[in-house]
Design a binder for this molecule. Structure first.
Ligand SMILES: [Mg+2]
Length: 511
């Protein structure tokens, strides 16, 4: 009796795996001829081919993690960057280039890195970077490393090396989550940091390119120092980025003709609207004029810029200030009420709630960052939340491809076949089973690579949700690829989550 270590590192022993069918097939090794196994395989394959492929998923759909009745929502709040404003790939290239030049000029990194070009298909959002070991990797919802998705520079780290480095496939929780609250932004005392923000994609690209450069040129470096320098370089370039985008907004910002229509619909339904963004006013103003028109402010009852989220949602006292648009400065006046048409900066959610009376489940807030936009408002303030996950469009497009559907379907059926035959005995039967297991491994990797060659789907690590999606589903009531997908639903729509299948329910409902 042999066993195989699969790509995800699970020890697929031919015994002691719980079977989905009866107990009798599990415990005793059974003599099954190779011919009989092949007949079972052929029958299963025929069954798979005869199944109708599932319907396409609507790429403009809104997906519910939790029931949400829009009739209860009186107030709609929005983040700006990557929520209302979606950027073209040119934004990633710009941030990469600015950050790379800053590394050379300010941090005196080797001139040679100026030749390293950004690869927009390399990383995906939600990966973790191990700041001690200098590895970029993908974790699932059980904090397991997805083998085959661990990179040092631009090269994958072999599975045996990953297992040697971490001693285990499961990462201790202290590696990724600080034991105290409200430290999900910026620098944390954990060994791994998660890159959950879309602005961090160029950071990851730069990190991996420079690591690769150091490795190729045999230059010794400390991964943590590199990480801090890359992060600081890219983030310190945001003011320059703001200036360049303001000068040429259509080069960087995707237009969205549906946005006015969506805002008009909310206004017609008598909903209040507010904007809370970390970006500065001149940048937001230019973008909103491009997206919505010069009178964009007339839609919003409250506009708060430079809000310093997530601290905006967590800090008790940081007074709201008034921004003087004419003189481009902030005023010292005490703010006791909020008025439409006035621009505010800083402040706290407490002050926003106290001055407006907007509270709890009557507020629905949209953001693209599952932690800094959505976690605290739902956990601490009971707001309803919507996540804008741009990558969802590509993921759904991939799911809808007939080859993907066929592969995913066959993977499920082949897995069931393997599970039911794991106790076969005799060299011929075992060889047949090994061939099935190898086919399953190939299929799993094929399904992974169609999303992203290196890291696969943003949402899945093979059968499990990713660390990113577990947290997304926890903090978001609904999620969608673009805010204007909501135009497909009336302002009185109730979103119902589907009855998700639990492992013990699978046979009864879904086979
Ligand atoms: Mg944002």
């Amino acid at each position: 009796m042999s066993s195989v270590i699969r790509r995800d590192g699970q020890h697929l022993a031919r015994r002691w795996l719980g079977s989905s069918t009866s107990c009798s097939t599990d415990l005793a090794a059974s003599k099954v001829s190779r011919d009989r196994m092949r007949r079972s395989y052929d029958m299963m394959l025929e069954k798979c081919k005869s199944k109708k492929l599932p319907q396409d998923v609507n790429a403009r759909g809104v997906f519910a993690c939790n029931e949400l009745d829009l009739r209860e929502v009186q107030v709609y709040g929005f983040d700006y960057d990557y929520t209302l404003a979606c950027y073209k790939p040119s934004m990633d290239y710009l941030l990469y280039k600015l950050g790379r030049d800053m590394l050379i000029k300010k941090h005196k990194y080797p001139e040679g890195i100026a030749d390293l070009e950004y690869r927009d298909d390399f990383a995906v959002r939600g990966l973790h970077y191990d700041i001690e070991k200098g590895l970029l990797l993908k974790l699932d919802s059980f904090l397991q490393i997805q083998l085959g998705a661990v990179y040092r520079g631009l090269k994958p780290v072999p599975d045996d090396e990953v297992l040697r480095l971490y001693k285990n496939r499961i990462i201790p929780i202290a590696y990724v989550e600080a034991p105290y609250k409200h430290h999900h932004d910026g620098v944390r005392r954990t060994k791994m940091v998660q890159l959950a923000d879309l602005f961090s994609l160029p950071e990851m690209g730069l990190l991996c390119n420079v690591t690769e450069y150091f490795l190729q040129n045999h230059i010794d470096f400390h991964p943590e120092i590199l990480f801090r320098d890359v992060k600081n370089s890219v983030q310190s370039c945001h003011p320059i980025m703001h200036k360049l985008v303001v000068e040429n907004v259509s080069e960087y910002l995707e237009s969205n003709p549906d946005l006015n229509q969506y805002f008009d619909r909310l206004k017609a339904a008598d909903k209040k609207m507010f904007l809370v963004t970390n970006s500065p006013f001149h940048f937001v103003d230019k973008g909103m004029r491009f997206l919505v028109g010069d009178d964009w402010k007339s839609y919003f009852d409250v506009v708060i810029v430079q809000a310093r989220k997530p601290r905006f949602f967590t800090e008790e006292s940081r007074p709201l200030r008034i921004y003087d648009e004419k003189n481009e400065t902030q005023l010292w006046d005490r703010v006791t009420k909020v008025e439409k048409g006035v621009i505010y900066l800083e402040g706290t959610v407490k002050q926003l709630q106290d001055t407006t009376g907007w509270r709890g489940h009557q507020v629905l807030y949209f953001g693209d960052h599952p932690y800094s936009d959505l976690a605290d408002v739902t956990l601490e303030h009971g707001w309803r939340t919507g996540a804008i996950i741009k990558e969802l469009a590509h993921e759904i497009e991939t799911l809808n491809h007939p080859t993907f559907k066929r592969n995913a379907n066959w993977l499920q059926m082949l897995t069931a076949l393997i599970e039911d035959h794991q106790n076969v005995d005799g060299p011929e039967a075992e060889a047949e089973l090994d061939a099935w297991i190898q086919e399953r491994d190939r299929l799993r990797n094929e399904i992974k690579h169609v999303f992203n060659e290196q890291f696969g789907s943003v949402f899945r690590t093979y059968h499990n949700p990713t660390y990113f999606s577990r947290r997304l589903f926890r903090f978001a009531d609904i999620y969608m690829s673009s805010i204007t997908n909501l135009l497909c639903y009336s302002p009185t729509h109730t979103f119902y989550p589907r009855r998700g299948v639990m492992p013990h329910e699978y046979m009864s409902y879904f086979m």
